[in-house]
Design a protein around this ligand. Structure first.
Ligand SMILES: [Zn+2]
Length: 338
């Protein structure tokens, strides 16, 4: 185990609030007084913003919900923090090389971006709704602390050998692999898009990039609240990597992990129609590089429902001085997965 336990992470990240207080901190840091709905309301005005650490996390967690938002007339936007370029076994397979170079890793990242566009196209979401931030795969948690500000040289990916996203990927000029740069970009996106629902990984997710994504989004929400005190959104979490969850049974329904709580409104289960399940399967299978490497894992998320939870309003302030994104040693879903 590296860093704090998931329980400790949760305690650090969340402040418990009474059960019937709803919304995300938006009014000078105070949550709006409104009841939490026991479900996700999807209407024509819904603006769904999904933060995905890697290309495929958005369809694994919410391929069905994305369709429901589109069918209701709502708007979907997906932001990929990394392009999933450091998955070495899959880079070897896709690039036909035994010892990948920086160029191989970068080319593989572009391949995953291409697959993301194809996957979302099958769900009716156009390429203009996807944003690739190009931050370092397998490096996000380092940006929470050591590589937070200009007091330290920017983080350099040991895979792609890069210290910054491609200029075309950045909203803010001179963005580099630093935590404060990433928070700034996320805050810019949230403040501009004004989502009614934000989907983000839970901090207990055992992939450090996923856990770090939670912290960056929570930190960015604090920034947005300071600039736009009336902004309100429904912050909802998903989970992908948690022990053997997601592939430990063949039940047609996906049950929440037994030892995780369902947050302030209990687990949110979104049932899918047969057509939505089939379209989700097509979207997941569009990630050919991932299917070739571990299709068994991805198929575990194609079921008759999706599960989410709603955290209490976060009070996160970065940087952190110690590791907050612990990982189990070699959890099954991490052996080959990025
Ligand atoms: Zn991922």
């Amino acid at each position: 185990m590296r860093g704090a336990s998931p329980t400790a992470v949760l305690a650090l990240a969340l402040t418990a609030l009474p059960a019937l207080v709803g919304g995300v901190a938006c009014d000078g840091g105070q949550p709006a007084r409104r009841p939490y709905a026991p479900s996700l309301a999807v209407v024509a005005d819904t603006r769904l913003l999904i933060f995905a650490p890697h290309p495929d996390d958005e369809v694994l967690s919410a391929g069905g919900l994305i369709q429901q938002v589109r069918e209701a007339g709502g708007t979907v936007r997906v932001v990929y923090l990394t392009s999933g370029d450091s998955y070495t076994d899959s880079v070897r397979l896709a690039q036909h090389v035994r010892r990948p170079t920086g160029a191989n890793y970068r080319a593989y990242g572009h391949q995953r971006e291409f697959e993301a566009r194809a996957a979302l196209r099958t769900l009716g979401v156009g390429a203009w709704s996807l944003t690739f931030l190009g931050f370092p795969n397998d490096g996000l948690d380092r940006l929470l602390s050591t590589y937070w500000s200009e007091r330290h040289a920017a983080y350099r990916s040991p895979y792609t050998r890069q210290r910054r996203p491609a200029q075309s990927d950045s909203f803010i000029p001179d963005t580099e692999y630093r935590g404060e740069d990433l928070t700034q970009e996320l805050a810019e996106i949230i403040g501009d898009f004004k989502p009614t629902i934000i989907l983000v990984p839970r901090p207990e997710d055992q992939h450090a990039d996923h856990c770090a994504t939670w912290f960056f989004v929570a930190d960015a929400l604090g920034d947005v609240a300071r600039v736009q005190p009336r902004f309100h959104t429904d912050l909802v979490t998903y989970i992908v990597h948690y022990n053997s969850w997601g592939f430990e049974d063949d039940d047609p329904f996906l049950k929440p992990p037994e030892d995780l709580d369902g947050g302030v409104s209990g687990w949110l289960t979104v049932p899918l129609t047969d057509r939505q399940v089939n379209a989700k399967r097509a979207a997941v299978h569009a990630y050919k590089s991932q299917m070739d490497s571990m299709g068994w894992f991805l198929d575990g998320f194609v079921r008759r429902n999706e599960v989410f939870s709603r955290p209490a309003p976060p009070h996160v302030s970065l940087p952190v001085t110690h590791s907050v994104c612990g990982e189990l040693e070699d959890p099954p879903s991490r052996k080959n997965k990025k």
